[in-house]
Design a protein around this ligand. Structure first.
Ligand code: G
Ligand code: G
Ligand code: NA
Ligand code: MN
Length: 254
């Protein structure tokens, strides 16, 4: 298939790019950080969604060099942002199951962060249930090592899938990201709002901070603020943009 053929060498041909989506601190309206997201533009295929190519990158193993690429772009971005604006800016990357099969994962992340002169707390590592379902002892081990080293581990797409609560008990999460399906259903059914409120309360009781994903309206943001949600990410604030556009937002912000 086309994606399978084209994905090999895509990185070397310079077809991959990092985009960044702002994460807003709801309490004071400041920019807390940004999530780095891979974008792939191929001459034959056009823009291919990560939802399509990440699973194939996983199967074929090219997620390894892609993961290093996005980490490098993310650290560069965070360093420039910190120098220009504020020292507390944090950058998030997504880690996929395959990357946890690499016994050098912890070392290679640590090395890159050191190379850029950044602190572990400048980097947030987003993990989906897929990582935890693969359930190997070395996954738990790697997450504990990363957490002990000071990296911020977050649980992505929270509320979807299975037994997320037991993951909160077992793994060292500092941040929980409420899946955007809950946010888009706010005020539509009677249940989403209650589930969001309960999730935020539970997280806070465990000392975990909360990011609401997929915030698209001011009404949603106002309500999330009322619910004591810590952070928001979504099209209302900004879509994912290239780094130069992110910097423009930083320059004109407030
Ligand atoms: O940006 P977008 O919503 O199209 O992303 C679709 C999916 O691809 C999301 O689940 C996102 O987490 C994932 N994704 C985007 N960039 C990366 C990446 O660098 N690594 C991994 N593992 N997943 C990514
Ligand atoms: O799985 P993950 O949560 O990492 O996926 C992030 C994806 O969500 C990205 O592909 C991004 O483009 C998309 N996204 C980000 N903000 C919004 C939003 O406000 N609405 C919708 N529909 N999608 C969003
Ligand atoms: Na994510
Ligand atoms: Mn998510």
């Amino acid at each position: 298939l086309a994606i399978e053929e084209q994905i090999h060498g895509a990185l070397e041909r310079g077809e991959l790019q990092a985009h960044f989506q702002i994460q807003l601190d709801i309490r004071d309206g400041s920019i807390m950080g940004a999530e780095a997201l891979l974008r792939w533009n191929n001459p034959a295929l056009g823009n291919v969604s990560p939802a399509e190519f990440i699973p194939i990158a996983e199967q074929t193993g090219v997620i390894e060099p892609m993961g290093e690429f996005i980490l490098t772009r993310a650290l560069e971005a965070a360093r420039i942002w910190q120098n220009k604006f504020n020292d507390n800016f944090r950058v998030a990357i997504n880690l996929s199951p395959r990357q946890f099969r690499n016994p050098n994962l912890v070392q290679s992340i640590t090395d890159q962060v050191n190379t850029f002169g950044m602190r572990p707390e400048d980097l947030e590592l987003e993990i989906t249930e897929g990582v935890l379902l693969s359930g190997h002892a070395y996954t738990l081990d790697a997450l504990k090592q990363l957490s002990d080293a000071g990296f911020c581990i977050s649980m992505d797409d929270f509320g979807t899938g299975y037994s997320s609560l037991s993951y909160l008990r077992t793994y060292p999460f500092e941040i929980l990201k409420i899946d955007r399906s809950f946010i888009s259903d706010m005020n539509k059914d009677g249940k989403s709002n209650e589930l969001i409120i309960a999730t935020i309360e539970m997280a806070h009781a465990l000392g975990i901070r909360v990011i609401a994903e997929g915030v698209e309206t001011q009404e949603q943001l106002d309500e999330l603020s009322f619910m004591m949600c810590d952070y928001a990410q979504g099209f209302l604030i900004s879509k994912p943009v290239p780094f130069d556009e992110l910097l423009e937002i930083g320059i004109h912000y407030k």
